[in-house]
Design a protein around this ligand. Structure first.
Ligand SMILES: Nc1ncnc2c1ncn2[C@@H]1O[C@H](COP(=O)(O)OP(=O)(O)OP(=O)(O)O)[C@@H](O)[C@H]1O
Length: 265
């Protein structure tokens, strides 16, 4: 197992943000999902060492999480803002040097940052800022990377390219995405769904792989959870009327209603 979280709790005064949460995530690419207020931010703050839990244990690859060297763990937060004048390649090289492995050329290629190597943070579009922030978390070859809402404010093409980058990177570096949307990630290795500070679902392997995260509505077809079909239709010149994320609320509702199979329309 990559991450084992056992009976983790955290309260803010009377508010129990995490109510003795127990789940595991496997190696590869995993998701921590939950709607607003479910406890995701509290969990990622604990993982980042910003907040201390009231109780419970966390293990990374079998070891006490809090004793793992910080350089083994990369983070990219939704609200990360870099100094406006830092340049893409220079900054990634500085981070990689601190962590000790020079994987910068690979990372630049995987995130499609080649043409932007010498650009400053402020000169990048929103989509490329996101790629740069995500790339930073992988620079220097950490063992695991936690990404907080990596798809916020990016268009569908940037989203697809980020997903492709994560699929490529998970071969070497374990990745955990924390999000309130599934955002087109179909083929994940494990998933935990939080709701009201509790785990309502924790799935692995094939069960996790069949869950999807978006629905694209074309005039004559609805594509749910199938990124390949979506790309095929867009490339064949069809224009989706809308692409909407499938929110965890919908999963929670489906689970509470008893039906768990995702409808393929
Ligand atoms: N510093 C704090 N003081 C008091 N209550 C807090 C604090 N931080 C979070 N909470 C409460 O803890 C609960 C879980 O919040 P948390 O931010 O972890 O959830 P979340 O899933 O990240 O939600 P969001 O997506 O809205 O950020 C919520 O009820 C929230 O109001």
């Amino acid at each position: 197992m990559l991450l084992e979280c056992s009976n983790l709790s955290k309260s803010y005064g009377d508010v129990q943000a995490l109510k003795g949460v127990t789940f595991s995530l496997s190696r590869g690419l995993s998701l921590i999902l939950g709607p607003n207020g479910s406890g995701k931010t509290t969990l990622i703050k604990i993982l980042a060492g910003i907040t201390k839990p009231d109780g419970g244990t966390l293990k990374l690859l079998g070891k006490n999480y809090f004793e793992v060297p910080r350089s083994d763990i990369g983070f990219a937060f939704e609200k990360t803002i870099l100094p406006p004048n830092v340049r893409v390649e220079g900054y990634l090289r500085a981070v990689a040097e601190l962590r000790g492995e020079d994987n910068v050329d690979d990372i630049i290629e995987i995130f499609g940052l080649g043409k932007h190597r010498t650009k400053r943070f402020r000169e990048l579009s929103q989509g490329y800022k996101r790629r740069f922030i995500a790339a930073m978390a992988f620079a220097g070859g950490p063992k695991v990377v936690f990404l907080d809402e990596p798809f916020s404010n990016v268009d569908i093409i940037a989203k697809i390219e980020l997903v492709e980058a994560f699929f490529e990177l998970r071969k070497k570096i374990d990745i955990v995405i924390v999000s309130h949307v599934l955002a087109g990630l179909k083929d994940v290795d494990s998933l935990v769904l939080l709701h009201g500070g509790q785990v309502i679902m924790n799935v692995f392997g094939n069960e996790a792989k069949t869950l999807g995260g978006f629905r694209a509505v074309f005039p004559d077809e609805v594509v749910e959870n199938d990124i390949n079909r979506l790309v095929e239709l867009i490339r064949s010149g069809k224009e989706p009327m809308r692409i909407e994320p499938v929110f965890p609320e919908e999963f929670i509702q489906r689970k509470l209603l008893g039906g768990w199979n995702i409808r393929q329309r």
